[in-house]
Structure formats: C-alpha cells, structure tokens
Write a protein that binds this ligand. Structure first.
Ligand code: FES
Length: 141
C-alpha cells in the first residue's frame, strides 16, 4: 500500500467512525414521556443505596434521581435540554446542582436552568411520592 492509499484508507476509516459514532449517540434525547413514567424505587436495595445519603444520586429509566440538600428525593429527566447530554449531580458545593458535562449548563435542584444559551430551560421534573407505609419506597411518576 502506498502513502496515498494508506491516507485514503485512514480517512475513510475516520469518517466511518464519525458517522457510525453519531448514528447512536449524537441525536438529542428528550425527557421520558411523563405519561409513560411510573415506577417505584426501594432504597433498601443496593441499586439505590446512594439515595440513603444527602447528595446521592442514581439514574433509572432515563431519569436522574437525587437526594438534595434538604434530604428530599427529587427526580428530573437525565438529559440536558440543550443537546441531550446526560447530566451529573454535583454534590461538592452548597447547594448541590445538576451540571451538563457537554457545554456546562447548570440546573438548580428545582430544575431551573441557569445556562443562558438558547434552547436551555428548566428540566422536566417528575413527581416523587414516598410510600406512607414503607419509608424506603418512592414512586416516581
Ligand atoms: S448539551 Fe448540555 S449544555 Fe449543551
């Protein structure tokens, strides 16, 4: 293979990687349809153990669930409403907040966006209801 052929093959490979990589991951994801969201989490299960502590968070069904500064369980879409990146819950500051790793949008614990870029507004917030008979059970809907 001569240099031209080699560079040509590298170019095709890189282009194929870019196109292939975007087919599954570059589209904006939207908040799960509220009408289809209705599930229960159990803090006694290891999957949700981090929610026993203030500042903990988990992802479930495309929703980020966190225990905020007040000790309240809150649930929001896990997708930034700018371009759909998955948000992080930042618990190293006071108050905690949600942060988008892609362009830096930040959202207060009530979901209000503080990023000024067009297209970024409040996060969709789901209702969280604690079971009256079992304090480990929380319905997300
Ligand atoms: S995708 Fe979140 S700020 Fe751009």
């Amino acid at each position: 293979m001569d240099r031209k052929d080699f560079l040509s093959s590298i170019g095709l490979s890189a282009a194929a990687l870019l196109v292939g990589g975007c087919l599954g991951g570059c589209e904006k994801e939207d908040a799960p349809n509220p009408a289809s969201v209705d599930f229960t989490i159990d803090l006694s299960q290891s999957e949700f153990a981090s929610l026993r502590n203030i500042g903990g968070s988990v992802y479930k069904n495309n929703i980020i669930i966190a225990k905020n500064n007040n000790g309240t369980i809150v649930a929001f879409t896990q997708f930034c409403n700018h371009e759909g990146a998955v948000l992080n819950y930042v618990n190293s500051t006071n108050p905690f907040y949600f942060r988008c790793p892609r362009h830096g949008a930040t959202f207060e614990q009530n979901g209000n966006g503080t990023y000024t870029s067009p297209g970024v507004s409040s996060l969709y917030q789901y209702t969280v209801t604690q079971d009256t008979n079992n304090s480990n059970l929380f319905r997300i809907h």
